[in-house]
Ligand binder design. Structure first.
Ligand code: MRU
Length: 366
């Protein structure tokens, strides 16, 4: 997608040096657009942990490129112990989004059986590139699957389609297009009037900082709301459809996504507003049966006790709670399948039952 008119993916191999991986430091968006360069797998581990890169599909591909960097650092003689340590650090950098362990293990399970370090390097790079390309294709298919939902609302109401979203499931959380943004961009480009309510997503504000920035760069009308305003705007009939991303969807359709998603789902259900989860197949976890089995990341209390913004020509942090108060900061919640109208996937729009049937057939193959 575009930044100031120029097309970017969210992560790429440095065209001038294939031993380097480049990405955006998302902690600074929208105030500073900076590209960071990874030369070691440790750079990838830190970037995932500290959320320079974030969003389930992007951290998956980041983990795969991290393992490629590890092959460049591993000793030629007996590289496997070094690589296995790197693999473990990468897949455990964040716990909730299943894409991370899936992508890292996909690469690991192939390279661990190769004979030479040269083959491991070439294969890890080719696989990471392939995962990135496949993610782009999946997001495009999600867009094509989700577009008719927006078209149908417009055909029925004849009014701009009001979409409520949460966190950031846009192009920079994936490799390109985004999941929930793919159908939105397609509708916008087709001339269907859309308006997005962007929930700010405390504590890290991925909505107000990243989603609003992305939509603005593409010229999509949007309005930022405080997270707490979503109940009221649903109740007032100002929302036609809720679209959210996902970090892990398990066999029965229960869905982990950014903290605050559950509250939106419950309110939307109460008021009869369709609530869709958009995800690529890489976000399904067929190894878990129900949502309560999903590990929930608990992050630093400082993310709640402080907030961050643009002051005095720089990004600065300010304290927003008393100095002697503590905070609890679970980063994800799990929305039970009963509150989810459907899943917008690269295999089409599915109900929880259809999802279950596809999982049985091996949906995770891309
Ligand atoms: O903690 P984050 O910012 O990585 O959480 C991201 C989300 O919850 C997204 O909605 C999800 O990963 C979907 S990304 C297409």
């Amino acid at each position: 997608m575009k930044i100031q008119g120029k097309h970017y993916r969210s992560i790429w191999v440095n065209p001038n040096d294939p031993r380097q991986i480049q990405t955006f430091d998302q902690r600074k968006i929208p105030f500073q657009i900076t590209i960071e360069t990874w030369t070691s797998y440790k750079d990838a581990v830190i970037a995932i942990k500290e959320m320079h890169v974030r969003g389930a599909p992007l951290i998956g591909v980041s983990g795969a490129y991290g393992l490629y960097l590890a092959t460049l650092e591993a000793p030629s003689e007996n590289p496997l112990p070094f690589l296995e340590k790197a693999k473990n650090e990468l897949e455990n950098a964040r716990p909730t989004a299943v894409n991370l362990s899936w992508a890292v293990n996909k690469v690991w399970n192939v390279i661990k059986n190769l004979r030479s370090i040269e083959d491991m390097r070439a294969t890890a790079l080719a696989m990471a590139n392939q995962l990135a390309d496949e993610d782009v294709k999946m997001c495009k298919r999600i867009g094509e699957a989700g577009l008719p939902l927006i078209e149908e609302i417009y055909a029925r109401t004849g009014k701009p389609v009001n979409i409520l979203t949460h966190c950031n499931a846009g192009w920079i959380a994936t490799i390109d297009y985004g999941t929930i943004t793919a159908p939105i961009y397609m509708a916008h480009r087709k001339g269907i009037p859309v308006h997005v309510w962007v929930s700010e997503t405390r504590p890290r504000n991925q909505g107000s900082r990243i989603t609003a920035w992305e939509l603005g760069e593409e010229g999509v009308p949007h309005t930022v709301i405080a997270d707490n305003a979503s109940g009221l705007i649903i109740q007032e009939g100002k929302v036609d459809i809720v679209l959210v991303g996902a970090d892990r969807v398990v066999r029965n359709g229960d869905t982990a996504n950014k903290i605050g998603t559950l509250m939106k789902a419950v309110v939307a259900h109460e008021y009869g507003i369709p609530f869709y989860v958009a995800l690529p197949s890489s976000t399904f976890d067929p190894s878990l049966d129900i949502g309560s089995q999903i590990p929930i990341e608990v992050r630093s209390e400082d993310e709640v006790l402080y907030t961050e913004g643009w002051i005095n020509d720089d990004i600065n942090r300010v304290r927003v709670a008393p100095f002697n108060s503590h905070a609890y900061n679970p980063a994800f919640d799990v929305t039970p399948a009963k509150f989810i109208t459907g899943y917008i996937t690269d295999k089409g729009v599915l109900t929880a039952e259809q999802l279950h049937t596809l999982v049985e057939k091996g949906i995770k193959t891309v």
